[in-house]
Design a protein around this ligand. Sequence first.
Ligand SMILES: Nc1nc2c(ncn2[C@@H]2O[C@H](COP(=O)(O)OP(=O)(O)OP(=O)(O)O)[C@@H](O)[C@H]2O)c(=O)[nH]1
Ligand SMILES: [Mg+2]
Length: 472
Amino acid sequence: MDNDLQKTGNRQLTTDNDTITAIATPTGQAGIGIIRISGPLSFEIAGKIFRPQNPDRKLQSHRLYLGHLLDPSTEAMIDEVLVSFMKAPFSYTREDVIEINSHSGYLLLSRILEIVLEQGARLAKPGEFTLRAFLNGRIDLTQAEAVIDLINSKSDRGLALASQQIQGSFWAEIEGLRKKVTGLLAHAEVAIDFPEEEADILSREEAANQIRDEVVKPIRKMIKAHVNRLWVDGVKTVIVGRVNAGKSSLLNLLLNEQRAIVTPIPGTTRDIIESTITIGGLPLRLMDTAGFGKATGEVEKIGIDLTERKLAEADFLLVVIDQSRPLNTDDLRIISRCREKKALMVINKIDLPSAFGQENEKKELSGFPMAKISALTGEGLDDLTKAIVDCILESETDMTSSNAAPNLRHRQALMDAVRYFETAERSTKKDAPMEIVALELKSGLDALGEIIGETTTEDVLDNIFSQFCLGK
Ligand SMILES: Nc1nc2c(ncn2[C@@H]2O[C@H](COP(=O)(O)OP(=O)(O)OP(=O)(O)O)[C@@H](O)[C@H]2O)c(=O)[nH]1
Ligand SMILES: [Mg+2]
């Protein structure tokens, strides 16, 4: 990370002065559970409820102390615990932080939490510890978001991308761009004040070139790197097809387990069944759906509505076609719905005689990538998995070249920013008044500021931090 770049925290928003607490580990039976406390009362609370084994020793920051946890109202011993003290500003939140490592069990952790609350802390909201780290300027918004990615990541590469982002790689890229734009803006402002000297400072042509090469081009590259999200989030892959085509059989084959119910009865699957697998290192969130066909009952109709919704949200479609029967109107309806999506035609049941004619099927399926398999016998599975990877990575050759993984929010802000900078480039070339160029550069700068949290509204923050789990 660039050392001379300093994070300033969010300028408009501040934290309240409460001391917050939460159970930071999943509340099941386990070896240890952790309760976290952050805020001005943390050490005072710890003093009341924790009796160190060696009471004469002075407690120091960033050390772990063995002792007993007590209920101060009854002096009853609750558990033998390890407690760490982290003095501000050298903690996750930049506030005084206490972490109590106790044994883990739902009742025990709840009891300790209750005691901490009785001593004056309040329950933290999901993500509130990380929100404080952000508001207190320890991390920027992209690093806070990377915490969620790190927890939810669906592949090794996704994990590596999140880990880089947590270390500030994406922030440094954005901050580098902001410095560049700020420099250009300073030139523009000098030119506004001393118009007769404008050409001496930076020629119009040179300024336009700098905007194009050092601002617009790198942002365009980052926007493209959005495909890297697939490694983090997984590729939403929806299996669609007419009833009885073999969708659930295909899911089971890919997962190598009997996950979905398979029967010869059309309309067997009604709910969406989801499972994650990794193919060629690529995480796929596979969804089996209810087949298209004549929906006779209420339940089937709901199933088809769900399928329609999933189809719209999908990153990638596996369209299952039963080649032992001629294409019917349900097949055609699905195929036409897939034209605007990334889709692979899975020609199934190749163990049975083909009912496909020469012309019609060829015409309807033309233009789509295809793989032929038998979901029953497993024949063609290798070709299918290869086709899936090729299909998803096709035209995404940049996927491995960039280390950024902008999420949808970043992407939107980058697209806003690049629009302003492209306009600024054009205005500069066309000899537009410098006031206009300066205004466009400023708007672009604000859009970049939204990414790292320099200029972010409370709504956006609420939206981001509500995705966290409790205690993080
Ligand atoms: N011969 C043969 N039969 C298959 C193949 N794939 C699936 N089947 C059979 O086709 C029938 C339907 O399979 P499913 O996997 O339940 O089909 P589906 O598309 O999920 O059906 P719905 O959920 O009803 O829409 C079952 O009897 C399967 O055993 C195949 O490749 N060859
Ligand atoms: Mg099914």
